[in-house]
Design a protein around this ligand. Sequence first.
Ligand SMILES: Cc1cc2nc3c(=O)[nH]c(=O)nc-3n(C[C@H](O)[C@H](O)[C@H](O)COP(=O)(O)OP(=O)(O)OC[C@H]3O[C@@H](n4cnc5c(N)ncnc54)[C@H](O)[C@@H]3O)c2cc1C
Length: 445
Amino acid sequence: MQVTTQPYDPGPAAWNSILPEARSYPQLKTNITADWVVIGAGFAGLSAAKRLHELHPNDSIIVLEARRIAEGPAGRNSGFMIDLPHNLTAEDYVGELNADVIQTRMNRHAIDFAEAASIEYQFTPEAFVKSGKINAAATSKGTKHNHDYAHHLDHLNEPYTLLDEKHMRAICGSDYYQSGLYTAGTAIIQPALYVRELAAGMAKSGGVSFYENSAVTEYKKQAKHWLINTTKGSVSAPKLILAVNGHVESFSHFKRRLVHIYLYASMTRQLSNNELESLGGEDSWGFTPADAMGTTVRKIAGIGGHRIVVRNQITYNPSRIADQTKLARFAQKHQQSFIARFPMLNTVNFEYTWGGALCLSRNNVPAFGELDEGLYSACCQNGLGTVQGTLAGILAAEQASGIDSDFLRQTLSLSQPSRLPPEPFATIGANVVTKWGEIKAGKEL
Ligand SMILES: Cc1cc2nc3c(=O)[nH]c(=O)nc-3n(C[C@H](O)[C@H](O)[C@H](O)COP(=O)(O)OP(=O)(O)OC[C@H]3O[C@@H](n4cnc5c(N)ncnc54)[C@H](O)[C@@H]3O)c2cc1C
């Protein structure tokens, strides 16, 4: 089977660019054999490799990545590993109560796994911080979303703290926000650092070998093995885990069942001491928008200096390739959202603007399970890929190893991603929904 489309994300992977030069891994240029192959070095692929190594410490595990590690979506996101319900297709993130209770337990399992890895491999503290997060509201409608969300949290028996305008200003230095809702269970990561250090930890401890710039172009079953061809080499192994997110469709699975979108973000240049003084607030904080279509904002203070990161704008890309030429327009939109929030920083420009792929399904389920003998999928993470990618990787490794668990049974009991409407209706529908969502988000954008 040919792999039809290779991954592409427009613009620089800023989180990776602000770090010192990364450790590099070789390109696969020979024909090798292994016990396990994982394709994709995002949250799902790295977590699958780690769990496989825990379960089979003497086995050889190969991870193939089309690009450099941390250059793909796993190193391009906003870094919120959220434990609570976060359904992007619902205006206020929540779903049905029982499903949300189970999802929260599963999300926490993934966050615990990430935290354990951060301790085992002695991550740089900034890579993984269990800081909690704030749902920030700039309008009365956003505040109402937060109150509705709080009401749902009451039913889930989950604690939270409501923050007023003054408290929000004390945190972020801006009087843009009317209110906030703080919950403690979220981990905030520096995504590129997290991904790099997770891979480096495994590489150092042995058992897992990484190949970068090794895009898989073709794969086929040969007797009891999978033969996986890359641009310059090949691996043969009895078991293969696909951890390529929406690109599972490029591997000929879940065709016309996955929604391929891109999200966009910008990061400022480093802020000077004077600028930091005029901004005020805390050193680092993270706000998700109370309205799912609004703007995510982070203030960071770490290896890459003090900066602000803004994320909004969505495009629907059924071809799985985004249009690089739209970045300049999105950078302007980001600038507007930035200046509206931080007028005291009106001379600060963005150093980076980028996009990254995200995969959803219409019924908010993953593309998960055994697809063929010895072939497993840990793909389509919906709105919470840092957490659900981690979980999918853990569970795919367990399923492939014949290990049973409540979480695995729960995931296998979900229905398949539902079919998309035919074109052009799917594209028209997606564009109308995103445009209308952005208009309705108003000042939350
Ligand atoms: C701007 C932005 C903000 C976001 N913010 C958040 C957030 O705050 N919280 C959150 O939970 N999620 C967020 N996300 C989503 C999150 O980044 C993704 O859902 C997550 O990266 C998915 O993890 P994954 O491991 O399944 O897939 P990916 O991270 O996409 O990893 C898949 C890997 O497979 C590789 N691959 C694909 N095809 C091949 C091939 N043929 N051969 C070899 N390798 C291949 C790719 O290069 C890629 O590295 C955001 C995304 C973006 C773009």
